[in-house]
Ligand binder design. Structure first.
Ligand SMILES: Nc1nc2c(c(=O)[nH]1)N[C@H]1C(S)=C(S)[C@@H](COP(=O)(O)O)O[C@H]1N2
Ligand SMILES: [Mo]
Length: 226
């Protein structure tokens, strides 16, 4: 998993413990209300088998900053900046007007919980990158959150994958505030920490530097089963 060859590095384990703590602190009160709100949209499971899997198939609410000031569609802005030919700012309506990609996928948090069959829709990050035209020295993409703290990096190649989107819809409804709306990232082949909630910026960078969780021990390459 890391260069030293340990299957799960000490830093990763410490990171996992840290996330557990965040889940408890940030999640406690919110979790109760959320499970009621989310009950109608839990994935269908005709076999009932997923209920036997510990930690399986239910959403956890995560925010490393506690409460985040909600943002309306009208106030929403996404900045695309950095090593690009054309920097730009998109409103929610601008994003809605671009071609939308919809697909259904299992959501995996690196701590073990997952949610089956989540429909997502939004704009491919690849399309936004094409419009911005990264310069030849561009290597990474850094996603920023309007929570003021969270950020995450991936390589330019990872960000261009067809299942990496700026998501406007989840379960065929607008992304809720708790899930990082009005606009969040969804990175299909990567663990949940690569999917920045409350997305405010996409910055094209000269390196692929660690973001919030990678600084605290999560793998820089967040590919599932990497
Ligand atoms: N801004 C922000 N984005 C974030 C996080 C966070 O704490 N803050 N947590 C990440 C992690 S570890 C996971 S598993 C998912 C959880 O998404 P959810 O809160 O919609 O369940 O969001 C990711 N994106
Ligand atoms: Mo996570």
């Amino acid at each position: 998993m890391d260069a030293e060859g340990a299957p799960v590095g000490r830093r990763v384990v410490l990171g996992l413990l840290g996330l557990g703590a965040v889940g408890v602190v940030a999640g406690n009160r919110v979790q109760e209300g959320l499970s009621r709100v989310l009950a109608p949209i839990q994935p269908r499971d005709p076999t009932g088998l997923t209920s036997l899997v510990p930690l399986g198939s239910t959403w956890r609410y995560y925010s490393v900053t506690g409460a985040v000031e909600p943002r309306d569609d009208e106030d929403y802005r996404l900045d695309v900046t950095g090593l690009v030919g054309t920097e730009s700012t998109y409103s929610y309506a601008d994003l809605e007007a671009l071609p939308q990609t919809r697909f259904t996928d299992t959501f995996h948090c690196v701590t073990g919980w997952y949610v089956l069959d989540v429909p997502w829709a939004g704009v491919r990050v690849a399309d936004l990158l094409d419009r911005a035209a990264p310069t030849d020295d561009a290597v990474g993409v850094r996603f920023h959150s309007f929570d003021g703290t969270y950020s995450v990096n991936m390589t330019l190649a990872q960000a261009r994958a067809h299942d990496v989107i700026v998501a406007l819809r989840m379960y065929d409804e607008p992304v809720t505030h708790a899930h990082g709306g009005p606009v969040r990232v969804y990175s299909g082949s990567m663990y949940g920490y690569k999917s920045t909630k409350w997305l405010s910026g996409i910055e094209v960078t000269a390196d692929n530097r660690p973001g919030y969780w990678e600084d605290r021990g999560y793998p820089l390459d967040g590919t599932i089963d990497a």
